[in-house]
Design a protein around this ligand. Structure first.
Ligand SMILES: NC(=O)c1ccc[n+]([C@@H]2O[C@H](COP(=O)([O-])OP(=O)(O)OC[C@H]3O[C@@H](n4cnc5c(N)ncnc54)[C@H](OP(=O)(O)O)[C@@H]3O)[C@@H](O)[C@H]2O)c1
Length: 309
């Protein structure tokens, strides 16, 4: 496993983390198996959100923590808030009450990072800053980040936070997989009239690189918006051929090559695994030691159906 520094928290986190969105579907014994598989593989990073299973993922994880004394202090717990029924809510009141709910369900006194889950069109940077300042000073949250935000939204929030609360945006969690690459396409196709040039994220990856913001890739195996995994999908026959060949060359699984492709991007990268299968979690960890060459990286990109201008 490889580790990176998580902002200025002084904490080292694994580049592959266990996303716990699908934990809600498990019983406590399988949830514990998934957590143990991640720990055995050197992962120390666990990603939650208050909405996963309407709180059940966090509750189950809290039970795992209870059954394993000492575990809390060895791991990094991140959660998210701000998605509500029919709206996004960055109000101070909602952020503060959400964190109280998260802490209660997890059974902990502090989380290591809080992300704002999806941009609230009505956000007020000063109000968010005030909530973050309180969470930081009360010790309930150690660091902060965002999810699904573009460069301009991060700049707008970040300016207020840095000025008024000495808080920085540490991570942006974004959808990214070999079958979902609009943020990369826009950089490769700048100023062409190809579809790939359509700006959907406004230089977000480049901004993250400039500001040392960690890019956390969500749904690393999905095509489209939760349309299923591309591994073994005949619609992605060419991609699977290349994944299988490279998997043989590196003696890892095709999934691990798909994760290694994300980790090869030269920002500070993390992959949020979605699998809850202990064997797949273990084999995924090999991705951290696969160093794809530039030629291999581009071959995978092209085989996923992308062309270069
Ligand atoms: N910030 C956001 O807006 C946002 C949105 C969505 C997700 N997330 C985060 O990202 C994490 C990952 O998302 P995700 O679950 O969509 O990730 P994913 O890894 O793309 O998809 C996971 C799904 O794929 C299946 N799978 C994994 N490997 C497979 C294989 N080799 N063949 C067939 N099926 C396979 C898994 O089933 P098994 O469990 O049976 O292996 C699971 O159902 C979440 O847990 C959450 O933490 C964040």
């Amino acid at each position: 496993m490889k580790y990176i520094e998580f902002g200025n928290t002084g904490r080292e986190v694994s580049v592959i983390g266990l996303g716990c969105m699908r934990m809600a579907d498990l019983d406590i014994s399988d949830a514990e198996k998934a957590v143990n598989a991640a720990l055995d593989s050197g992962m120390n990073f666990f990603d939650h959100a208050d909405i996963y299973g309407a709180g059940r993922s966090e509750e189950l994880f809290g039970q795992v923590l209870k059954r394993n004394p000492g575990l809390r202090d060895r791991i990094f717990i991140q959660s998210k808030c701000a998605i509500r029924n029919g709206m996004y809510d960055f109000s101070r009141e909602h952020i503060l009450s959400s964190v109280d709910g998260i802490l209660k369900r997890l059974g902990v006194e502090r989380i290591d990072c809080l992300l704002l889950h999806r941009p609230d069109a009505l956000m007020d940077p000063d109000e968010v800053t005030s909530a973050f300042r309180e969470l930081k000073s009360s010790g309930k949250v150690s660091s902060f980040g965002v999810s699904n935000m573009n460069r301009y939204q991060m700049e707008m929030l970040g300016c207020a936070m840095e000025d008024k609360a000495s808080v920085t945006i540490t991570a942006d969690q974004l959808q990214m997989s070999l079958a979902h690459t609009p943020m990369i396409d826009e950089g490769i196709n700048v100023n062409t009239d190809f579809d790939g040039a359509v700006v959907r994220a406004s230089g977000t990856l480049e901004y993250c690189r400039m500001r040392n913001i960690i890019v956390q890739c969500w749904s690393p195996l999905q095509k489209g918006f939760f349309k299923g995994v591309f591994i073994g999908d005949p619609e992605y026959a060419e991609l699977n051929k290349v994944l299988d060949r490279l998997a043989r060359e590196f003696s890892v699984t095709p999934d691990a090559i798909a994760y290694a492709w994300l980790l090869r991007y030269p920002a500070k990268m993390q992959v949020m695994l979605g699998t809850m299968n202990a064997d797949r979690i273990r084999s995924a960890s090999a991705a951290a030691s696969v160093d794809l060459t530039r030629a291999q990286w581009y071959e995978l990109y092209r085989s996923a159906g992308n062309s270069l201008p």
